[in-house]
Design a protein around this ligand. Structure first.
Ligand code: FAD
Length: 367
């Protein structure tokens, strides 16, 4: 055998595994279906602006070990995610906090804001919410729901809020401080130089072949290595024999504009139903860019079908059952390791997929 590991997919899971295996003296070959490495964190450089091709990515974690791990490859900037919501031309700060409440109602103290929310929640007096709409109103009242939640959620799921189950929203974080930081995590930022720098450092010195679909010649690729680390779709691995796992997809419309600053913020959510996209990303603001041009991306949620990019797993009973059948079969594989968001049919944030790869490495090398 030429290699110890054949790694299918060069996203964060595959790249971390390859890096750690190499560090332990193992030989790896990484194959990647796309024409670039990095999976969904890949950025395309447009005259100095790193464009997040597969959706805006903001690194955040509470786990110091993971933060130190990524910082050992690349330094991070001080970017803090503070999205703006645009509802019919009115602008609001997110997440819901004292700034939002001031903008909505002119209230200036936490007491006044709490009272306003409680009044609205009480007015409709919903005891057992039957759907997402009732659930949201019972948590934050009508104004926040109608202006900031309803349209956005309906676009995201492609269904009316009254037709969506209540459990999708367990709780809605409401902050009674003037704090626009979207995340509660201790550590947050964007790699200086972009995510490609992180991936390139992880894959340094490792053999890589792009534009290779593992399934086009599975036998050949398997014959090259002792073991396979598979980070593609688990249902595809088993030729969909238990059925297809479903996803929600996204369409991205990127445009370069010859102006310095389009919207003054990296992320602006469009929360009204009538505008078909959910948000506009202006990529340069992730890195405090000073270029004379800018690049924006409109994000349109989409139904998924085979051939479209699978973005978000749909966690309903049907998909859980199908996944469990594949999972049971994969447990019997001695020469294949399944990992990452597609092979585990699971939404992972970046810090979580890195933690998952590191823990798989630990198990594999008994360290
Ligand atoms: P991927 O990055 O998908 O890598 C899998 C790779 O395998 C791909 O490159 C694919 O082309 C390749 N592959 C698949 N099949 C084959 C095959 N047959 N042959 C060869 N190669 C194959 N996380 C955050 O922490 N913060 C964020 O702000 C954030 N924003 C996100 C926004 C969006 C829209 C989405 C969808 C995700 C976001 N994430 C975010 C999550 C983040 O993208 C994932 O945690 C991460 O990309 C998962 O890495 P992975 O290696 O599991 O999968």
């Amino acid at each position: 055998m030429k290699y110890d590991y054949l790694i299918v997919g060069s996203g964060l899971f595959g790249s971390v595994f390859a890096h750690e295996a190499k560090k332990r003296g193992k030989t790896c070959l990484v194959i990647e279906k796309r024409n670039h490495v990095g999976g969904n964190v890949y950025c395309e450089n447009v005259d100095g602006i790193n464009v997040h091709k597969y959706g805006a990515h903001i690194f955040h974690t509470n786990d110091k070990k993971i933060w130190d791990y990524v910082n050992s490859f690349v330094e991070f900037n001080r970017y803090t995610n503070s999205p703006i919501a645009n509802y019919k031309g009115e602008l609001y700060n997110l997440p819901f906090n004292m700034n939002t409440f001031y903008q909505l109602w002119g209230v200036k103290t936490p007491e006044e804001a709490k009272q306003k929310i409680q009044e609205q929640v009480k007015k409709l007096n919903i005891n057992k919410p039957k759907n997402l709409e009732e659930q949201a109103i019972s948590l934050v009242g009508e104004d926040i729901y109608n202006k900031l939640i309803k349209g956005y959620t309906e676009k995201q799921w492609g269904r009316k809020a009254t037709e969506l189950p209540a459990f999708i929203i367990n709780r809605l974080p409401v902050r009674f401080t003037f704090d626009n930081n979207y995340f509660n995590d201790k550590y947050q930022g964007i790699p200086i130089g972009g995510y490609n720098t992180l991936i390139d450092k992880l894959l340094e010195g490792i053999e890589i072949k792009t534009d290779i679909d593992y399934f086009k010649d599975q036998e050949k690729w398997n014959s090259l290595a002792e073991k396979v680390v598979f980070t593609g779709k688990i249902d595809e691995f088993y030729d969909y024999k238990y059925g297809k796992l479903e996803y929600r997809s996204l369409k991205f419309e990127h445009s370069r504009l010859e102006q310095e600053n389009y919207q003054g913020n990296a992320v602006v959510n469009y929360t009204e139903r009538e505008i078909p996209y959910t948000r506009i990303i202006e990529h340069k603001h992730f890195e405090f860019g000073k270029q004379s041009h800018t690049v924006i991306t409109k994000e349109y949620p989409q139904e998924w079908s085979l051939g479209k990019e699978p973005y978000y797993p749909i966690n309903n009973d049907k998909n859980k059952e199908v996944y469990n059948s594949y999972k049971a079969e994969s447990n019997n594989e001695e020469k294949v390791i399944f990992g990452g968001r597609l092979a585990e049919y699971k939404y992972y944030d970046m810090h979580q997929v890195i933690a998952s790869a590191l823990s798989r490495v630990k198990k594999e090398f008994n360290d």
